[in-house]
Design a protein around this ligand. Sequence first.
Ligand SMILES: NC(=O)c1ccc[n+]([C@@H]2O[C@H](COP(=O)([O-])OP(=O)(O)OC[C@H]3O[C@@H](n4cnc5c(N)ncnc54)[C@H](OP(=O)(O)O)[C@@H]3O)[C@@H](O)[C@H]2O)c1
Length: 297
Amino acid sequence: MSRWTAADIPDQTGRVIVITGANAGLGFASAKALAHRGARVIMACRDPQRGQTARDRIAADAPAGSVELLALDLASLRSVEAFAEALHTATDHVDVLMNNAGVMIPPFGRTEDGFELQIGVNYLGHFALTGRVLDLLEAAPAARVVTLSSLAHVGARIDFDSFTGEKKYRAWRAYQQSKLACLMFARALQRRLSAANSSVTSYAAHPGGTRTDLQRHSGFLAFATRFAMSADQGALPQLFAATAPEAEPGGYYGPGGVAEVWGYPKPAHVGGAAKDEDVAQRLWTAAEDATGVRYLG
Ligand SMILES: NC(=O)c1ccc[n+]([C@@H]2O[C@H](COP(=O)([O-])OP(=O)(O)OC[C@H]3O[C@@H](n4cnc5c(N)ncnc54)[C@H](OP(=O)(O)O)[C@@H]3O)[C@@H](O)[C@H]2O)c1
């Protein structure tokens, strides 16, 4: 597993791969790498213009694959439902769902359904999306769900009273919480899939420190990440989780260098809070109640 790179991605011809937030940063890098290996990539993006520009760039760069665009705004459960419907029209199966899109420390805001933006987009939106397309994943021979967490999950905790944004907003804590929720979701999803004898498996990944637009709301991080990995390198852990035969179901992958900030994919450190299965169970139920999407119960 040392120095696993995009050149190690197995041939993806005939495989259908859905990536949220594929128009920028790590999602764009992942879409490009998978299209280069022959995948049919469905880019799930919220802004039609940015999505189309990104799609055209990848299509020109990676003619081996095919690249399509479908509208998805994770800050709207109506949009998640409409996206899932459109996806059912576009394909009869999905081989990989990459829950990649995310926002970090934006000014306080709420989703269309009244949830604090970071927990709403990063976790609840992806929870609902996964449930709504689970049948398409089950229709593939051995589909994978890859969900993006972060080094920031370490030291975080889930505060169930904060989801609707009525408590004092602490932007960084809310980001940490959302990324802890994503990691707990990926692990809980694997436990539930396995209990249901499903052919689908679940993984989590993080990109260490990668230079993208994510840090746009943080002057310090925006400066610091000028020295961080490129998106092409930072995307390797999520590409490994999505495609490498040696990736372990339920595994969490990140860069293997010092403090997991840079390097090539390796199993990543799972913080103590992420292993709490009682909280994970509550988190799952809270997401079902919040989104109205219930699955693998
Ligand atoms: N970069 C890092 O160092 C780092 C570290 C740890 C974890 N991560 C995680 O990696 C993932 C990708 O982030 P990135 O660094 O590539 O950031 P990025 O360049 O800002 O890309 C984020 C993507 O998410 C999309 N997005 C945001 N809100 C959305 C919504 N409501 N509905 C649909 N899509 C939405 C964005 O679309 P727009 O272009 O329309 O805004 C964009 O395509 C995130 O989950 C992030 O938490 C990144």
